[in-house]
Ligand binder design. Sequence first.
Ligand SMILES: [Zn+2]
Length: 305
Amino acid sequence: MTVKNWQCQDCGKNYPKTTNGFCSSCGGLVLPVDSVTVTDTENILPPMPYQIPKGQCGLGILAFDFSGSMNEAAFPEKDLPQQKIDLIAQAFDTAMKKLSNIANAENAYVAVIGFAAKAKILKFMKASMIDHTHDWAAWIYKQQLNLLETEGDGTNITEALKLAREIYDCALKGDLSKFGFNDFAPLHHDIAIGDDVFSIPNIRVFVYSDGKHSIGEFINYFENATLIPRAPNVNGLICAYFGSVEDEGFESLYQIAGTCPRHGIKGIIHITTPEMYPYIRQLFHMASAASGFCAQCAKEARFGE
Ligand SMILES: [Zn+2]
């Protein structure tokens, strides 16, 4: 297991591992600690192969696990009716409706990838194109059914990451023309890390899965991906895992998740209790609006702490 240290984000209590995601002392979120490594000399790292242009746009890439196991009960031990897919569908519906309402909807882009035995780009749109009267939850159920029928069951995280990385690289280069958009250049936000201020493009990736990769070899296509050349582990990738931290699937997502430059923790959350749902909803919104990096960012955005 790669995760060495878990810490309560509210009281700072350390845990060797986390069970349900919350602190037994204060109820705060228990998340895996990490630190942003900033290299002093730019020469240590290979230079970015291209200049990242500056513009006004944001992009959220959402990759959803549509494997058959998503139709199992979300919280079986609690005897609740929700299936795992219901949580995705509802959170996505809320996120799309919120996104269609944001001020700069013309500059906010969202790409949706679904994966089972294979991965597919299901939708690529601007927030201004989102119909807020549409039933986006129903859309998710339909996409899942289609994908399982046409491609078969499985959990092909590798292929989902490959597609997401392709979109991510095009966006960083400021060229989404192959996806039908001709005016993309990312907005940057300044974030302080230590004594330095870094300009970070508004591009985020959100991966949601309930199992381990099951088709061929697991390849981390986000290895070496970064939004800041001098901080190689800040890649803007956030993961939500439906299951135990002891499972192999969690380990893979932990590997690909980026580190939050504000909180120094990994952009990953594991969902074991219904109390996690508000975080999931906020993470969906944050990722689709290309802001925030981790569950603690989501908590602060939602609860205003
Ligand atoms: Zn954060």
